[in-house]
Ligand binder design. Sequence first.
Ligand SMILES: [Zn+2]
Length: 321
Amino acid sequence: MQATPPSATASLPRRVVVREMGLRDGLQSVATIVPTAAKIEWIRDAYAAGEREIEVGSFVPPRLLPQLADTAEVLAFAQTLPGLRATVLVPNLKGAQRALEARAEMMLVPLSASHAHSLANLRKTPDQVLAEIARMRAERDASGARTQIEVGLSTAFGCTIQGAVDPAEVVRLVQAVLDIGVDAVSLADTVGYADPAMVSRLFEQVLKVAGERLVAAHFHDTRGLGLANVYAALQLGIARFDACSAGIGGCPHAPGASGNVATEDLVYMLHSMGIATGLDFDRLLALRAKIVHWLAGEPTHGTIWKAGLPRTMKAMEAAHA
Ligand SMILES: [Zn+2]
């Protein structure tokens, strides 16, 4: 007698956190500088739409990323909204010190699994970045701040400079940062090379060493597989996904590059599958329209805004509201 195969949807999370990356991952790769007042309006609207985790910027030298020069001010506003977990990206110890001074709730530290990407991006090898992360942890502990440290393993599925990235190297780096004592890790498909089978294999391997400390997945939709990759990670119980409103982002030097999966598209898929996000779809679409206006002339991405919700879902959404 054959055993009943397990249902593909049986293990899906009932609730998912969508972490907004547009203000950091999105804005860092477009030329337009969005005024601080508009960023504050963006955060206010996102919060009103139900977003409770937003990456508000990056503590990098303003000459490198003038788009994010106002991160301290934007973070200070975000910290006034009750229950909002505002996070910042920090590339090095100096950035970490600024995040600690600002009492950020969480700092996201990128660690490239690709040796070549690490050198190009931070001018450090992955092992030199590990040493820096150990110094950040020590600094955090000494400061008495409650700031959590999440390490985002970038280029975990491949790299435009190096090509293939060995999954064993990803697992080694995850183990190393957990040994350093960071609070959480996430896996990022920085350049959009992942497919759902790669996602299943790598997340399975990393879950074996990280367990519940593997907290999020970060997929770029560069080649149209962003949501398929989300589904693969959902099946393994991952319940936090990075996304960019209007799918903004990409790289001015890489034609066709795009940002994270679009927040609105991700929320549509999750709600259609009966997975709760706490987010108001109409408010997200209204925010999308504002962002498109603020970034006039810059490429935006996403699909659901063109056709709108299916009739079958409109009634469901209204019932949830
Ligand atoms: Zn990214």
